[in-house]
Design a protein around this ligand. Structure first.
Ligand code: NAD
Length: 359
């Protein structure tokens, strides 16, 4: 098992990464000082796949376990679901030191994290991410949230987990689309911070795609190190964390204008290439680097071509995106692979031109 520590000013925590480590959850909980009750929040399919076994194992180790099920889907990441979970926690007599285990992808992680942050003003949160996206991204960094009406992820908190347990074996049951979605974020980590990590993904993409556990462990560990370091430097998202939005300004616009025809990772993949071309046109990233980036995105099973969308709508959507300061769009760009910077000096006519030219 590999441990990556997220070093915060207070309450640092470990990301435990390994294959088949779900069964060590009880030991890890006990090592952290937890005994007695624990609650697993998950969805019905993950209950059958993983949570029932985990609950049985934990019961055998002396824990009193409740599994709380949330129906599958982003629409259940809501205040209404949180309300139902608070009631179920009360019925189980969950206490201040009863850890909540969030077992699932980013939807479960965000929702269960929000409930853990608010129930009794905060109970311990254990993130057990089961999608590639949640292992490389959403389980790290303490952003927990629910959606409310049109407000996506706007009702939430910064609430760091006590530990993360990333079992690589759980990735075997993901659909190819969900897997590629997470891979987009892992590739992004290489683009923005680490050219050797990017080169590893580039050289091992076949092994990664065919779910070779050793290669996957390297990817989850590499991304956990990168995201963990960025979060440690900017826990409350006042500055550096912005670099994690590479490809996201354009990606969010594509998602919204296409009315979510493309899933997040697909939109971000296209957004990352548009941002690469903008970087290149502004005299930074070299053309051969853009070509390398495109080749990896393509081989990862992600789209590279901008879909047919109205350019004005895309630009309007970018202007409405949250990353606007005093009327200028903040762009995350690359100087080279592994070297990122943030600027509000990008001419919107250049963005339009690059989108028109296509990737
Ligand atoms: N908190 C953060 O920092 C952060 C960062 C990025 C995204 N997010 C949030 O994460 C969510 C998206 O997360 P996601 O991509 O993991 O999607 P998800 O949680 O919806 O999971 C995708 C699908 O995979 C299924 N699944 C999960 N694990 C599985 C497994 N091991 N085997 C088979 N199926 C499995 C789920 O049931 C679901 O149907 C969004 O709500 C987004 O807002 C949060």
């Amino acid at each position: 098992m590999t441990k990556v520590t997220v070093r915060l000013s207070k309450d640092s925590y470990d990301i435990n990464i390994g294959t088949g480590i779900l069964k060590q959850t009880g030991t890890l909980l006990k090592e952290a000082g937890f005994t007695g009750k624990t609650v697993i929040i998950t969805n019905p399919s993950l209950k059958k796949l993983y949570a029932d076994n985990l609950a049985e194992k934990l019961s055998g180790e002396g824990f009193k376990v409740a599994i709380l099920e949330v129906p599958e889907g982003e629409e259940y990441k809501s205040l209404e679901t949180a309300g139902r979970l608070y009631q179920q926690l009360t019925d189980f007599f969950a206490e201040r030191l009863t850890p909540i285990i969030a077992l699932g992808g980013g939807v479960i992680g965000d929702l269960a994290g929000f409930v853990a942050a608010t129930y009794l003003r905060g109970v311990p949160l254990i993130q057990v991410p089961t999608t590639l996206l949640s292992q490389v991204d959403s389980s790290i960094g303490g952003k927990v949230a629910v959606n409310h009406g049109q407000m996506k992820n706007k009702i939430g908190a910064f609430y760091q987990p006590r530990m993360v347990i990333s079992d690589i074996a759980t990735l075997q049951s993901l659909t190819a689309e969900d897997f590629a979605d997470g891979l987009a974020e892992a590739i992004k980590h290489g683009f923005i911070r680490d050219k050797e990590y990017f080169a590893y993904i580039e050289d091992n993409l076949d092994r990664i795609k065919y779910l070779d556990v050793e290669a996957l462990e390297k990817v989850v560990t590499g991304s956990a190190r990168i995201k963990g370091t960025v979060v440690a430097e900017d826990e409350r998202d006042f500055g550096l964390r912005n670099i994690l939005n590479y490809g996201h300004t354009i990606g969010h616009a594509i998602e919204s204008v296409s009315e979510f025809d493309l899933v997040h990772g697909q939109a971000v993949a296209i957004g990352m290439l548009v941002a690469a071309r903008i970087s290149n046109r502004m005299g930074f990233l070299e053309t051969h680097e853009v070509d390398r980036m495109k080749a990896v995105i393509e081989k990862a099973g992600l789209p590279t071509k901008m879909p047919e969308l109205e350019i004005k709508a895309l630009l309007d959507s970018m202007k409405h995106d949250k990353k606007i300061t005093s009327g200028r769009i903040k762009f995350v760009l690359l100087k080279s692979i592994g070297e990122v910077f943030v600027t509000d000096e990008v001419d919107l006519s250049l963005v339009e031109q690059v989108i028109r030219e296509g990737n």
